[in-house]
Design a protein around this ligand. Structure first.
Ligand SMILES: *[C@@H]1O[C@H](CO)[C@@H](O)[C@H](O)[C@H]1NC(C)=O
Ligand SMILES: *[C@@H]1O[C@H](CO)[C@@H](O)[C@H](O)[C@H]1NC(C)=O
Ligand SMILES: *[C@@H]1O[C@H](CO)[C@@H](O)[C@H](O)[C@H]1NC(C)=O
Ligand SMILES: *[C@@H]1O[C@H](CO)[C@@H](O)[C@H](O)[C@H]1NC(C)=O
Length: 665
């Protein structure tokens, strides 16, 4: 560098410094707990590596973005220089996995254009966008938005995703946002009141250095030499921390040392996929916190993620709120305080939904949305209110199709004790009204399409769901609630347990429970006798394969029941509801284990709930006609054979089984 250039650059540096000082002290309007709430400022700088960054600072947090890529490179908060992991390039980002005809992969959706959308005293909204112009990227236009408001300890972010009909066909399996936090600070993770703990580190998972032992699949490891002995002989698997969308409002991490919390708050489920009980990942070892908009988790390849040539798509994903909090008191138990504050904040965000400060006209305000109300009644031989039922609007389709829908918006609520429901903030459009009622089988779909207009209220009055039933109940196993929760869930193994779930109602989240079947039933399969067996003790939670040496074999469960009288001309019905299926084929035989099956599901399911410690995947109901001539007066046996066995994970979970007499008319 010449000396003239040196002087020039020193002068520029000095001027920049002056500017920075001026900005730092500009209009501190008020003081809250020593925090100056002031208008957010925006600077475009070159960082010390010479790359361009945008820095937005509201006096509470300062957030840096790579520009024009729009990855979050830094979050400065409460004296912490970077809440995110400074050692990783990708620390705060959106990504998508996709597959085109000959290309695909993981795309961090780096923007090519930076734009300031709004900058006022109240807030700064910025955009990092990328327009598809052919080539090897995913055929998709993406506009990533970030909003930083005054007097707000966090960042709002949303994405506008769009594909044009003339673009090539593509599969988009996973769209999410991920944050990799500073590993020196964040060790305590919170997913729910009863799901929070001190976590192992990423390094503890290292199998190459012998810190951990691999288990049945790569996400699960046994911690054999963790940095902290308290984790020894525990399992780590991010799928132990998944959460149903309806409950997935806030999760994150706490630095007990710095007394700082980092939270992802998801105020709405409208932009997610697969309905209210779809399970998604939350936070996990890293320390990592993610929010998922579209995924096949606990559904598998049944999820509709494929876009054909000619198919257009546009969806606003988010906004979600990245919230930071801190505790300046000298309390003994900061996790409780920070977690309680995070929950309070998430309630505030839910209350403010749909946000009125979002600049994009693709995100609709409350006034631009409509309301649908009604009363759900269930007619299962007699009419009663459908209480605590799930009712939702989702794109038109078959009953239950919302379980696999990723492309549209979904708006769900639950009914009150007398069956009334009110679905608010619905985007204008044409939907089906779907639902299900705990305690009853099947999927509900209201007969007419529902068209919602801006500012409209549609009153559907009485909507009546008639669950499948062909006759009175002879016997039943389980409760119709779309899960296998009520069945027998064995104890975990001592060397792969997670202490979090020892005393918890979520015993099913332990690793390796599927292996217990072979131990409990080494030679003979499960036999369940109606009248003397008890489903919470005698019905294993999953119909899995049996391990013999190093191979796996199909298993056949029996339901034994007594009929005092048989209507051999009549038609009985076996209502068989599944809570999960993974590469399974279920065959049903009556009174002859070796006959042709009366019924077979065919090859079904990829939801992987057994391996992922879910207690359900997606729901399927089969109403199977059982001719009376196949039954006997006296003892009868139904054989349920899960015929696929390659490894430990082909299998099923039952939700509920019922045998119905022939109808009397
Ligand atoms: C700033 O935010 C805090 C917490 O949300 C709130 O209590 C306070 O009233 C706000 N102050 C102003 C001046 O808006
Ligand atoms: C249910 O909601 C309806 C309509 O808002 C209301 O009239 C009724 O009192 C509510 N019932 C209960 C038990 O909350
Ligand atoms: C589980 O409960 C037992 C008895 O109530 C208690 O001693 C133990 O500490 C609990 N374990 C965990 C991990 O909470
Ligand atoms: C079945 O077992 C559960 C759990 O052990 C028990 O609470 C329940 O009372 C039993 N039910 C019957 C009918 O015996």
């Amino acid at each position: 560098m010449s000396s003239r250039k040196k002087i020039a650059s020193s002068i520029i540096c000095f001027l920049l410094l002056l500017l920075l000082l001026a900005l730092a002290f500009s209009e501190p309007t008020r003081n809250l707990d020593g925090i100056s709430a002031r208008a957010p400022t925006l600077q475009q700088i070159r960082n010390r590596h010479g790359t361009r960054e945008v820095v937005v600072d509201n006096g509470i947090i300062s957030v840096s973005f790579s520009s024009p890529q729009g990855l979050i490179t830094g979050i400065k908060y409460k004296g912490i220089d970077n809440v995110l992991n400074p050692h990783l390039r990708d620390r705060g980002y959106w990504d998508i996995t996709w597959q085109g005809q000959n290309i695909g992969g993981l795309d961090r959706i780096e923007g090519t254009k930076f734009r300031i959308v709004t900058q006022t005293q109240e807030q700064v909204e910025i955009s990092f966008s990328r327009t598809w112009e052919g080539g090897s990227h995913i055929p998709l236009n993406v506009d990533k938005r970030y909003i930083i408001r005054t007097n707000t300890s966090g960042i709002y972010t949303y994405g506008i995703f769009e594909r044009l009909p003339e673009w090539p066909e593509v599969d988009m399996g996973l769209i999410r946002m991920a944050f990799k936090l500073n590993p020196d600070r964040f060790h305590y993770m919170v997913v729910a009141d009863n799901r929070q703990r001190e976590m192992p580190t990423d390094d503890d998972r290292d199998i190459h250095r012998g810190h951990a032992k691999p288990l049945a699949y790569k996400e699960a490891v046994e911690l054999v030499h963790p940095h902290n002995l308290m984790f020894k002989n525990q399992v780590d698997d991010k799928y132990q921390y998944t959460c149903e969308i309806k409950d997935n409002k806030v999760h994150g991490w706490i630095s007990t040392k710095s007394k700082v919390g980092f939270w992802i708050i998801s105020p709405s489920g409208e932009y997610r996929s697969g309905g209210p009980i779809k399970q998604e990942l939350t936070s996990h070892v890293g320390p990592t916190a993610i929010t998922t908009f579209i995924s096949g988790h606990y559904v598998g390849s049944d999820m509709e993620t494929h876009y054909n040539a000619g198919e257009a798509w546009k969806k606003v994903l988010g906004p979600v709120f990245i919230y930071l909090n801190s505790d300046s008191s000298t309390t003994i138990n900061p996790p409780v305080l920070l977690w309680n504050d995070a929950k309070r904040q998430s309630e505030k965000e839910v209350g403010a939904w749909p946000y009125d400060f979002v600049a994009s006209s693709d995100f609709l305000t409350r006034r631009e949305r409509g309301i649908v109300t009604g009363r759900l009644l269930v007619n299962d031989r007699f009419l009663k209110p459908g209480r605590s039922a799930y009712v939702g609007l989702a794109p038109p389709g078959e009953a239950g199709s919302w379980q696999t829908n990723t492309k549209g918006y979904q708006f769900w609520t639950t009914t009150n004790d007398t069956g009334y429901f009110k679905i608010e903030n619905v985007r204008p459009g044409t939907y089906n009204l779907y639902g299900w009622v705990p305690g009853f089988i099947g999927d509900f779909r209201y007969q007419n399409l529902v068209t919602v207009g801006a500012g409209s209220t549609i009153s559907l009055d009485r909507v009546v769901y008639e669950p499948p039933r062909n006759g009175p109940t002879l016997w039943e196993i389980g409760v119709p609630d779309r899960t296998a929760r009520e069945y027998f869930i064995p104890e975990p193994y001592k060397d792969t347990m997670n202490p979090l779930y020892l005393n918890n109602t979520d015993k099913f989240r332990q690793y390796g429970l599927w292996q217990r079947y072979t131990e409990l039933y080494p030679d003979h399969d499960l036999v369940y006798t109606i009248g003397s067996s008890n489903y919470s003790q005698d019905w294993f939670y999953a119909h899995v394969t049996r391990k013999i040496g190093s191979t796996y074999v199909p298993t056949t469960w029996q339901i034994v029941f007594h009929l005092p009288y048989t209507n051999w001309r009549g038609s009985y019905t076996l209502q068989l509801a599944l809570a999960s299926a993974a590469r399974a084929t279920l065959q049903v035989r009556i009174n002859n284990e070796y006959s042709m099956p009366l019924f077979s599901t065919g090859n079904i399911g990829r939801d992987n709930a057994i391996a992922r410690h879910g207690i359900h995947g997606i729901y399927r109901l089969y109403s199977i006609n059982v001719p009376g001539r196949l039954l006997r007066t006296g003892t009868n046996t139904i054989y349920l054979r899960q015929a696929k066995a390659i490894g430990p994970f082909e299998g099923l979970m039952y939700d509920y089984i019922r045998l119905e007499e022939p109808s009397s008319h």
